[in-house]
Each structure stands twice: as structure tokens, then as C-alpha cells.
Write a protein that binds this ligand. Sequence first.
Ligand SMILES: *Cc1c(COP(=O)(O)O)cnc(C)c1O
Length: 401
Amino acid sequence: MLTSEYFINLEDKHGAHNYHPLDVVLVKGEGVWVYDVEGKKYLDCLSAYSAVSQGHNHPKIKQAMIDQLDRLTLTSRAFYNDRLGLLYKKLSDMTGYDKSLPMNSGAEAVETAIKVARKWGYHVKGVPRHKAEIIVADGNFHGRTVTIISFTSTPQYKDDFGPFTPGFPMVEYGDIKAIENAINENTVAIMIEPIQGENGVLLPPEGYLKAVEKLCHEHNILFIADEIQTGLGRTGAFFACDHEGVRPDIMVIGKALSGGFYPVSAVLADESVLGLIVPGDHGSTFGGNPLGASVAIAALDVIEDEKLVENSRVLGQYMMDFLEEIPKKNILEIRGKGLFIGVELKHDFGGARRIAEVLRDKGVLAKETHEHTIRFAPPLVIDKETVDWLLPIVRDTLLMD
Ligand SMILES: *Cc1c(COP(=O)(O)O)cnc(C)c1O
């Protein structure tokens, strides 16, 4: 029988080393559980960076995909198909935005949002062509394209990959005054994550999102929220912006939009913004295909039908309450909302990867983000019994020497 070691060596030898995975080779998943080559079972506490919020191999999403595979997979947008309109309607009904524009990966949806905001700036706000500025936050993560890494503050994501796209002044995350100071007559948008996931589940100060929204209204600027990771229930609200009752002008979603079956992302906005896009402005061969649309409709149905937003809120709070009680031997800070929790370790502990490796040996898959933080974001279908199994393991591990 082929071992985990065999597959790890294969990847090592023939693949680009753009990731540093934990040494575990997965072959099967069901709900919150995944299994490795040797048959060992693990609780998935990463959920593919929240793409598998509905749990692995969700039977309803799987069935929708199989049914669609039997009918039609790709038409390109040169023709209509009988699924995309249904996805548009579903998104509109669930979110209240008039329209959406479908893409595949999260990064593509962010690129799309940038293009839409710039066009709005030139056609509606009257900014001189090629002068548009979009304010972004320090510590952001919006994806890996050249334009997007042009405004990352993580040197490794950027330093070897210039030249860069201009037009993205950066301000400190959580500082509303800094945004105010960065605004000028060419500012068309502010783009932020309502919680910075890749930066270690960093929450802005209470009231920040509301203040950003207010600034945007006052200065005729679009508010773009990147909810690719935080959206669709992850933080215990449908959108993380809902916690402050904020409604961004442009909402970017991805990841859980397809429950892990197929890449689907989208930009949501009202007619006054997305209505500016005309034929030929933007496109994608696979974006909006009937297979992806069917999967996304089913993935959204599951979030509704199984009340995953509420489960995230209730069990997330339950987890936070438990974690807060753990003696602060190695813990610097615990941050989170819903089932989106980051535990930052004291910086002399030696890095969160050690914790991830010990947890793996105990049957829990969690991943360090940056150096000192470990993230707990299990599929939103997790139940209390499983959380009660998980928490003592996490506590004991966080108390290690
Ligand atoms: C994952 C992520 C992206 C990029 O999505 P990809 O599908 O990997 O391109 C963008 N923004 C945020 C907040 C993310 O978490």
C-alpha cells in the first residue's frame, strides 16, 4: 500500500513548493472529519480557509453537482444557461443586493471589485481617468494576483514580484482617522476585510465598520468589503459586516459559496454600481457556468436550511468561553467571532506550528497563520458533542511546554 510518505515525496519532488503543508495526506472527508492514507481520522479545524463551511462532501451539494454533471457543465457566457439566473436571484434574495457578477477564485472577485469601483469613480464620481485611488488596510489579505500583491504589507508576498499596480494608499487597520487623512478627491473606494483572517483573526475596534461606512457616505466613496473568508456565516452572522449593521456598497464573496466543491466567487452590489458594467468590460470563460451555479445554489441552501449562521454564533461563543478559561501559560490573546477564532501565542513560545503538529498527532487539523497564531475554524456543521471532544484537546495542547 502506498504510504503518506510516498505522496509527500511525490509533491516534494515534482511540485512547486509554494506551500508548507502539515505532514498529513488526506484521502477522504465527511462532514467535519477527514481521513489520511493510513486511515487515521482528524477533525478539520481549518475548513480549507472557510471554503468547506458546509462540511466535507455535503450530500445535498454533491447531489446538485452530480445532477448538473448529467445535464450541462459549461456554456461560456456567450450563451445563457438555465442555472446562472437562479443563482443571481438566490444571491439577491439572501443578501438584498440587486445584482452580482460571478467569477471563480476569490482573487478574481477582488480584481473585479477593483475594476468596478474604478469604473464607478470615472463615470459617476468624475475622477480623472487613471487617477482612481482605493484605500486599503495594513495587514490585508485579498489574494495573490500582481495587482492585489501590489498592496500587501507582507514582504514575502510581494518583494520578488514587481513592478506593481499603483493606486492603493495603505492605512493602519482599525484606525478611522488614518482613513480620513488618506482620502482625497481621487479616492473611489475603501476596501477592507471586516475581520482580517489571514492576518491572524484580527478584529478591528468596535464601531470601526460603522465609521468606515459613514466616512464613505460623507465623501462619496464606495465601501468594498472582502468577505471571502468571513462571509456566509463564518463569524456567526451572515456577513461579518452585519455585526455592526453595516451594508457595504460592494461585497466580495467566495470560498464557502461553493461548499468546497468547485471554485465560485462573486461580487455583489446594487444596480447603481454593477449596472455600470457593459458587455465586453470584463469576463471569465468559467465564471457563471451552470455547474458552478448549481453547486453555489445548493451551498447557499445548506447554509439556510441547516441554520449554520446560528450554529456558528452559538458554538463559537461556547468555544470562546472555554478558551478564555485556559491558564495563560502560552497564550497571549484569544480573538474571534462565531466559529472564527485565533489564538495568538506568546512570542517566546517558538511559533504556532509546534501546536499545529501536536494537535495533528492528537487528531485535530489546525493551521498556524503567520508565525504566532493558530486558527480554529471548523466546518459550521460541527455539533456540540464534537466541540466538547475538541476543547479539552486544545486546552491540554495549549498548556504544553
Ligand atoms: C482566501 C481569500 C482571498 C483569495 O481567495 P482565493 O480563492 O484564494 O483567490 C481573498 N480575500 C480573503 C479575505 C481571503 O480570505
